[in-house]
Design a protein around this ligand. Structure first.
Ligand SMILES: Cc1cc2nc3c(=O)[nH]c(=O)nc-3n(C[C@H](O)[C@H](O)[C@H](O)COP(=O)(O)OP(=O)(O)OC[C@H]3O[C@@H](n4cnc5c(N)ncnc54)[C@H](O)[C@@H]3O)c2cc1C
Length: 462
């Protein structure tokens, strides 16, 4: 049987960061990626679905400055994020965090970014094997690193097996392998899939690559634009992220399985009284563009879909779930990283920086032969970021369009009161609503901080 120090399941940013870190410290690292065909990549590579925006302080969390990338990875440098409610709007020009990156953030070409991450790992000595699907992993708990027999045996769909002393699970938020492996370490009756992807928190993400008119691109080429309170459901919102050559990613996330009868169609800009089911992702985007630009443009002809971009025919669909992160069963030599460990939040999709960082920590520890510090190390590195995201997502879970108007107007007042100091920085000068928003955020954050890990390391049985 083939034998490596560390087998890494999944070749996205989490997996390639782990491989790079492990190989850089001389470990024998093998990435196993099933391979997803994409219109915008010639060789087979990872899935690479992404709105692909990075904020300034995420650069430091990721630990890679965009100047290091190959040409063509960075698409646009950003100056701001715009939050538009049904009748209110706020523009954020500063995240309020110190960072080594000078601008507000950037957008990037996700397939090229993944290619760069793969090349970097291979240059460090890792092997990236693509077109191999992992079916399952068997672990012999009596074995450890250095034993003659491998602790983990990774079963491939081809029937081949790979033996490894350490296992890094980086199979993304669908967690097909992660769920199965973790079930073996949880007490009777507790299943990882129930804990990581509860049915009421499952979302679908859908986006289209559209070439937009010159004047529209001029307006949005350096901004991330989000609309809130215009479609029903928890953390359901559309966005526009600018790429190059007048192309924008126009997308949305929404919960799966909403019942149209539970909502008042008149309250949501993107619903129609004639709807007898929740609109599809593509219908929502058509309505968004009609609503925003229909007066001046013919949306079908002036905003064409760019068929050679994205995954297929200029579109991408991806299931995501809004979960809280989990600890890993490190005593068994296993680290779960990135989307697989629940760092992807359906609230803001902000996950590449935390995927890279958690992967890099796991790879470094694996190469040193001891994963014991992993659960502490990832909390030190990304705990604050996750707590902020979980807090905000929880606070807005039940918001309706009126709540969004109120909150966005309060945020706008805060930003106007102290331009340049970041959201939530100077609420008291900007009115009662702003102060209430800040206090609620602080209160909820303190509560969240105590319980934001959805599977604690003490729950694992060895
Ligand atoms: C629509 C959308 C918009 C987003 N926008 C942003 C954004 O603006 N900014 C941001 O930072 N993040 C964003 N994200 C989140 C970001 O894409 C994720 O956080 C990131 O991809 C996680 O990286 P990962 O390596 O953990 O997982 P993934 O990138 O999901 O990679 C997992 C890999 O594992 C492979 N795999 C799965 N199962 C197997 C198996 N059995 N055998 C072999 N290989 C397997 C898959 O093919 C895939 O390539 C967005 C996500 C979506 C869906």
């Amino acid at each position: 049987m083939e034998r490596v120090d560390v087998a890494i399941v999944g070749g996205g940013p989490g997996g390639t960061a782990a491989a790079h870190a492990a190989a850089s410290a001389d470990a024998d690292a093998l990435v196993l990626e099933k391979g997803v065909p994409r219109a915008d990549r010639e060789r087979l590579g990872p899935d690479s679905t992404d709105a692909a925006g990075i904020l300034d302080y995420w650069v430091d969390i990721m630990g890679i400055h965009p100047d290091e990338f190959d040409d063509g990875v960075v698409q646009q440098e950003l100056t701001r994020a715009e939050f538009r409610g049904p009748d209110a709007a706020a523009t954020l020009v500063d995240t309020g965090f110190d960072s080594s990156y000078d601008g507000f953030g950037y957008t990037f070409h996700r397939a090229r970014f993944d290619d760069w991450m793969r090349d970097r790992a291979e240059d460090a000595g890792a092997e990236y094997r693509v077109g191999v699907s992992v079916r399952d992993v068997g672990t012999d708990r009596s074995l450890g690193p250095g034993d003659d027999e491998p602790r983990h045996v990774v079963e491939l769909a081809s029937g081949d097996e790979v033996g490894a002393d350490f296992l890094v699970l980086a199979d993304g938020p669908q967690r097909t392998v992660t769920n199965r492996v973790l079930d073996g370490f949880l007490p009777e009756g507790s299943r990882a899939s129930d804990r990581l992807a509860p049915p009421d928190a499952n979302h679908i993400a859908y986006q289209e690559y559209r070439r937009v008119p010159e004047a529209v691109f001029e307006e949005v080429h350096d901004a991330l634009v989000f609309w809130w309170g215009v479609m029903p459901g928890e953390t359901a919102y559309p966005w526009i992220f600018p790429n190059r050559d007048r192309v924008c990613r126009i997308g949305l996330t929404m919960p799966i399985g909403l019942d149209i009868d539970a909502f008042d169609a008149d309250a949501y800009e993107l619903l129609s009284a004639d709807d007898d089911s929740i609109p599809t992702g593509s219908e929502y985007i058509r309505r968004l563009l009609e609503w925003q630009y229909g007066d001046e443009y013919d949306v079908e002809t002036d905003f064409p879909i760019v068929e050679e971009a994205g995954k297929r025919d200029g579109t991408e669909t991806y299931p995501i779930s809004s979960t809280r992160p989990i600890d890993s069963p490190t005593e068994a030599g296993i680290a779960v990283v990135g989307g697989a460990m629940g760092t992807t939040s359906a609230f803001h999709e902000g996950g590449d920086h935390v995927a890279v960082r958690t992967g890099a920590i796991a790879g470094e520890l694996v190469a040193a032969g001891d994963l014991a510090a992993y659960n502490r190390r990832w909390k030190e590195a990304i705990g604050d970021e996750i707590v902020r995201n979980v807090t905000m997502a929880d606070m807005v879970a039940e918001y309706d369009p009126d709540d969004w108007n109120r909150v966005i107007a309060a945020a706008d007042a805060m930003l106007t009161a102290e331009a340049g100091d970041g959201l939530l920085a100077q609420p008291y000068r900007s009115g009662w609503e702003s102060a209430k928003l800040l206090l609620a955020y602080k209160w909820n954050k303190r509560k969240t901080k105590r319980h934001y890990v959805s599977i604690d390391e003490h729950e694992y049985r060895y």
